[in-house]
Ligand binder design. Structure first.
Ligand SMILES: Cc1cc2nc3c(=O)[nH]c(=O)nc-3n(C[C@H](O)[C@H](O)[C@H](O)COP(=O)(O)OP(=O)(O)OC[C@H]3O[C@@H](n4cnc5c(N)ncnc54)[C@H](O)[C@@H]3O)c2cc1C
Length: 353
């Protein structure tokens, strides 16, 4: 294992740092590799770095489960899994070579395969955390069977480090597909609504979809025999499409200064007047660059969805935060020391994360 992932257990030091911060009533900004800071989203407070708390604790390829420390680089984990013919069960973005497992769990962000597979949250089997009382606590387990009671480990996915310092995580894995092919089709934006039902007929072989600039890209993954049966009658052109660049937001489309992401209920068509668009999740997620963010927010709300701005003009949250956000924060972090600015922006004063 060490061939891929350096081994460093810093649990005791991280716990001591939290206890010191508690004693001094000092807020802590939890940092993995800091890639989210490139978006201007820097957690306030003295920096608590988890990046050197790394290494694989347990990997059972036969069980399709891995447990690793939060600072382990995602790219190292990907290499390790691939060497055993496996991958994360979820489509986890790896925006930089330094991005950490803990940061990915805390962000809870999913790639283009999400609509046809599982979300990152659903693949979290268990985790260990330093909570806001300075205690190390364990949630969930390392087996795929459902646990009884509240699932507090999955709650960490998307919590942006507001509930505690993730020390290690157990994640569900999947085998790498035997064969993978991407076909491209010339499809106008207004024709897409006819295409999505056809896409559904390709399940479970369809593993991702993306539309941009009049081209619909469909990825099929699975057993070679099953793909060979479907491909001859499918039409379209075989193409080398960089799905990882889309997953990791590295393709040229994402380089824009104004970038927003719209999440829509399934099968909700939405016309976008301004800006350039890229669709994935079979049309349920729309990326817009160069759009008018306040107008987009109004339109997406009317359609029953929500908007997140990645770059450019921010829009104030429109949905009041549910009271349970505050109650959860109170239970995990009663003194409010973890990522306080992120909590009030994203979970305390409204917002949709
Ligand atoms: C171009 C680009 C676009 C991105 N877009 C988004 C986006 O739209 N939404 C989004 O949420 N993320 C986004 N990210 C962030 C991305 O998902 C994460 O950067 C990455 O996977 C996390 O790795 P990291 O180690 O750099 O985490 P960091 O960037 O260091 O941390 C990310 C968040 O997780 C928390 N965190 C980190 N480690 C821990 C831990 N061990 N325990 C508890 N909390 C922890 C931090 O406090 C912070 O809130 C983007 C990144 C890039 C480069």
């Amino acid at each position: 294992m060490s061939e891929f992932c350096a081994e460093h257990d810093r649990s005791t030091r991280l716990q001591a740092q939290v206890q010191e911060a508690l004693a001094g009533a000092q807020p802590l900004g939890i940092v993995g590799s800091g890639s989210r800071a490139s978006l201007g989203l820097v957690p306030a407070g003295a920096s608590l770095s988890v990046a050197d708390h790394r290494g694989v604790i347990d990997y059972q390829p036969d069980e399709l489960v891995i447990r690793a420390r939060a600072g382990t680089r995602l790219i190292e984990l990907e290499h390790l899994l691939a060497s055993h013919g496996q991958r994360f069960a979820a489509d986890i973005p790896v925006p930089t070579a330094e991005s950490t497992l803990g940061g990915a769990i805390a962000c809870g962000w999913d790639g283009p395969a999400r609509s046809l597979g599982v979300s990152l949250r659903d693949t979290v089997l268990g985790c260990r955390l330093v909570n806001g009382r300075g205690e190390i606590v364990n949630f969930g387990g390392q087996v795929m069977k459902n646990v009884a009671g509240y699932d507090l480990s999955r709650l960490q996915a998307g919590a942006l480090g507001t509930l505690g310092v993730i020390l290690d995580v157990s994640l569900r894995l999947a085998p790498l597909p035997e064969k993978q092919v991407t076909r491209a089709f010339a499809v106008r934006r207004e024709e897409l609504e006819d295409w999505w039902p056809r896409c559904r007929e390709l399940r479970p072989l369809l593993s991702a979809s993306c539309w941009r600039d009049g081209q619909l890209y469909l990825r099929l993954s699975g057993r070679a025999g099953a793909l060979d049966q479907v491909l001859p009658s499918m039409g379209g052109d075989d193409i080398a499409f960089d799905w990882k660049a889309l997953r990791d937001l590295r393709s040229d489309f994402f380089g824009a200064t104004g970038l927003a992401c719209l999440f829509l209920p399934p099968r909700t068509p939405m016309a976008i007047q301004e800006g350039e668009t890229l669709l994935d999740w079979e049309g349920a997620r729309i990326w817009v660059r160069g759009g008018n963010h306040p107008e987009l927010q109004r339109a997406v709300q009317d359609a029953g969805g929500f908007l997140r701005v990645l770059r450019g003009e921010a829009v104030p949250p429109v949905v009041a935060a549910p009271d349970w956000h505050r109650r959860l924060k109170q239970a995990f972090d009663p003194r409010g020391i973890f990522n306080p600015a992120i909590f009030s922006d994203q979970f305390g004063g409204g917002g949709e994360h």
